[in-house]
Design a protein around this ligand. Structure first.
Ligand code: UD2
Ligand code: MN
Length: 228
């Protein structure tokens, strides 16, 4: 977004571990302290609540467009104002050629994220959406958080967590723009010839090791006990 003003809001429960950055012209970094959750699923899902609350309290007063991304991603080519819209979604790099039956939507009717087998156009990635007027991001995150809370009461959690609720939201509230997997790539997938640019790429990591580390820390008491 060269030539535009950009504020990076980083949610973290480890504020003191954020390294010093040298930011380009017009860039600003704001750290927002986030609560800790023991389960990685909750860490991921509770982002909806945090974004919703900050949209209302802060973002609406500070920015024109709000884009929400995973933290374990790297910009590796241009991502400009072409992404902006009223609200955008991004095709998941694992499912852009899949048929409807192949989408990993939540299929249990008991869940608020449920999508019937004869519905749904695309499978959207949880890691890049918004982009978005703050009002629209508020609506989206508010829907997802409330749906998660209903499911929590029912003791059910959607198969792909926040991503499943996002897909449910976009089923009936269609995004006004859809980004191609150039905008959310993962090098674990074989790249097709037509993928000319990898603009925003998942950092390779050992999911299990990281998730088990969280679980182990909670057993040893660093993050509280294992009760959930
Ligand atoms: C690229 C992409 O579409 N990613 C989605 C995919 O996750 P991923 O497989 O990419 O999972 P992930 O480990 O990146 O977790 C999702 C995100 O939650 C946050 N986090 C998670 C764990 C933790 O200990 N600390 C922390 O900060 C962080 O922003 C992270 O990027 O599926 C998740 C739900 O299952 C989310 O929908 C992600 O958006
Ligand atoms: Mn991720």
């Amino acid at each position: 977004m060269v030539g535009h003003k950009v504020t990076y809001y980083i949610f973290t429960d480890q504020v003191s571990n954020i390294p010093a950055f040298t930011l380009g012209t017009g860039r600003k970094l704001v750290t927002l302290e986030a609560p800790s959750y023991q389960r990685w699923q909750d860490v991921s899902m509770r982002r909806m609540e945090m974004i919703r609350d900050q949209s209302h309290q802060r973002f609406i007063h500070e920015v024109d467009y709000l884009v929400c991304v995973d933290v374990d991603m790297r910009f590796s080519d241009e991502v400009g104002v072409e992404i902006l819209s009223i609200v955008f979604g991004t095709l998941h790099p694992g499912f852009y050629t899949a048929s409807r039956e192949g989408f990993t939507y939540e299929r249990r009717p008991e869940s608020t994220a449920y999508i019937p087998r004869d519905e749904g156009d695309f499978y959207y990635a949880g890691g890049f959406f918004g982009g978005g007027t703050v009002e629209e991001v508020y609506r989206l995150t508010n829907f997802c958080h409330n749906a998660m809370m209903v499911d929590k009461e029912r003791q059910i959690e959607a198969i792909w967590h926040d991503e499943s609720y996002l897909n449910k939201y976009f089923l009936y509230q269609k995004p006004t723009k859809i980004l191609s997997p150039e905008y959310l790539w993962d090098n674990d997938f074989a790249a097709p010839d037509f993928l000319k640019k990898r603009r925003f790429v998942a950092v390779s990591k050992n999911h299990n090791a990281i998730r088990n580390k969280r679980a182990l820390q909670s057993v040893s008491g660093i993050e509280g006990n294992l009760h959930r």
